[in-house]
Design a protein around this ligand. Structure first.
Ligand code: SF4
Ligand code: SF4
Length: 374
């Protein structure tokens, strides 16, 4: 049983009373568990820090995760039953993987279940979501499948898979008056998720403001800007210099990068502990955080629409800019002293540069054959 307060402290004059612990119920939908793996890799803070309650002012998390839990069977689902009965307030629900449409096969089995009811019948994952969502302080959808439907909802979509927001409704509001909080990515950056959880817990504990979310429930500070804006290849794009083959350090829009129109902070946050992340390691953006992923971004190796226009104009304008910059660089590569001395020192400098390639420390400057220099 959680020792938590029931509601966040809203009295500005009162000292917030620390929330000791909070239950987090992890519901598995249709996914690959990549989001769980990403969460385990987070470092800023790490999930272990939250589980041990080692982050100041953050309550200790009681994580109910189907793969990480020590309990199993009835002991595992009892926690969720207590929460449904109102005995675990406040609690948070995390959905990983897309939500299947169980009505499609009503009476003919089920897509996903967790535990059994009093009659020994499997309890569907969507039934747990229906029961837990109304009383939750917040519902977080981790990863693109849980947020928008993702890969299981791609063309064909046998299970009529959908995102959590589509399942619960755009007008769903948690006990804290929050819509479904979406932290997309396939897989998401683990630190994006943990940071969102940490921010939420500070708010629940009365130590922080509400999360700033965009119109699709994404944390604004994480998904407010395009990949392109922070990409370390941006200057190549601006100069009209595009990769002709993989392995090039140049801009990858020529190879089908969607960075200019995709919202994701991967280039600046990087994948894990400040290391890696798509373009940083030679990959291009395939739009994995976006609601239209994957259908709107396939085939992945085709140039994005509009890329031809932007690359052509960038090549023309960027080409002119690069030439002008090269001239400026030449000028800036000389000291003012060299230029102020009436050009004599400057000429001497240029003469030395020309001969520099022939310089041998033992023999000094030598005549370069055929140059006429003396
Ligand atoms: S690689 Fe992609 S994100 Fe980076 S500069 Fe080029 S188009 Fe933009
Ligand atoms: S940069 Fe693009 S492909 Fe990489 S994680 Fe972000 S949205 Fe996905």
């Amino acid at each position: 049983m959680s020792t938590a307060r029931e509601t966040p402290n809203t009295d500005e004059d009162a000292e917030p009373e620390e929330l000791e612990s909070i239950d987090v119920f992890w519901l598995p939908g249709e996914g690959c568990d990549g989001c769980s793996v990403a969460t385990l890799g987070a470092t800023d803070p790490g999930i272990e820090d939250l589980l041990r309650g080692q982050v100041p002012h953050l309550p200790k998390i009681n994580l109910h995760h189907h793969e990480l839990a020590v309990e199993s069977g009835k002991a595992y689902v009892d926690g969720m039953r207590d929460a449904v009965a109102g005995e675990r307030d406040p609690y948070v629900v995390v959905v990983e993987g897309s939500v299947p449409n169980e009505r499609l096969i009503d009476g003919d089995g089920y897509w996903i279940s967790m535990g059994k009811d009093e009659n020994g019948e499997p309890v569907k994952m969507v039934d747990w979501l229906d029961r837990l969502a109304p009383g939750a302080a917040a519902v977080i959808a981790i990863g693109t499948c849980a947020a928008w439907g993702g890969v299981p909802a791609a063309q064909g979509n046998l299970t009529d898979a959908m995102g959590t927001m589509d399942y619960l409704g755009r007008d769903y509001r948690s006990q804290l008056d929050l819509p479904v909080i979406n932290v997309p990515g396939c897989a998401p950056v683990g630190d994006n998720f943990i940071e969102t959880v940490a921010h939420l817990l500070l708010h629940i504990g009365g130590f922080g403001p509400p999360l700033e979310l965009d119109e699709l429930g994404r944390p604004k500070w994480l998904f407010g800007e395009t990949v392109h804006r922070h990409c370390n290849r941006g200057s190549y794009y601006e100069e009209g210099s595009f990769a002709e083959e993989y392995g090039s350090e140049k801009c990858l829009v020529s190879k089908g990068c969607w960075g200019p129109t995709v919202k994701c902070n991967m280039p600046s946050r990087r994948n894990l502990a400040g290391v890696g992340g798509c373009m940083n390691v030679g990959g291009k953006c395939i739009g994995c955080t976006m609601p239209g992923f994957p259908d709107k971004f396939t085939p992945f190796f085709k140039k994005a629409p509009g890329a031809m226009i932007s690359t052509t104009s960038s090549k023309i304008l960027g080409g002119i800019m690069s030439r002008l910059r090269r001239n400026s660089m030449k000028k800036l590569d000389r000291s003012t002293r060299w230029e102020e001395s009436g050009g004599v020192t400057e000429r001497l400098y240029q003469w030395q540069l020309k001969r520099g390639s022939n310089y041998d420390p033992d023999r000094g400057l030598e005549r370069r054959p055929g140059t006429g220099d003396d």
